[in-house]
Write a protein that binds this ligand. Sequence first.
Ligand code: CMP
Length: 131
Amino acid sequence: MICKPDAVERGLAGEILARIEAKGLRLAAAELRVIEPDVAELHYAEHRGQPFFDGLVKFISRSPSLVMVVEGPEDTWRIVRSLMGVTNPADAAPGTIRGDLATMTSENLVHGSDGPDSARREIALFFPTLR
Ligand code: CMP
């Protein structure tokens, strides 16, 4: 999971992490870091070619993100995604992170892996020494 630059800039990283922890999930690793454009392009490789790709890379690398590994029961990625709410904050349900705290798809506060394969790939990209 990533608290994106807008979350850190707005001072919402603590609020977001509090929701993850209150749910019963645990932090296994975390780093406050600027996601450089080359890493952002790898992370978002599946979106290459989309009209929003260049803006997305620019946004995610503009200031530090809180990059995290969250652990819990099987399919923890699904629990994290449900806490996040859907991609467009205008459609995200109240009670979710995006539904409560965001207004724009381009600055939607958080990223969560969308399955076990992407979780493995993203953990390897951001925390290569974690085992
Ligand atoms: P995320 O879950 O990080 O995965 C891809 C990101 O691309 C998504 O959240 C949004 O921040 C961004 N995104 C998706 N669709 C659009 C769009 N139409 N315009 C701008 N950004 C988008």
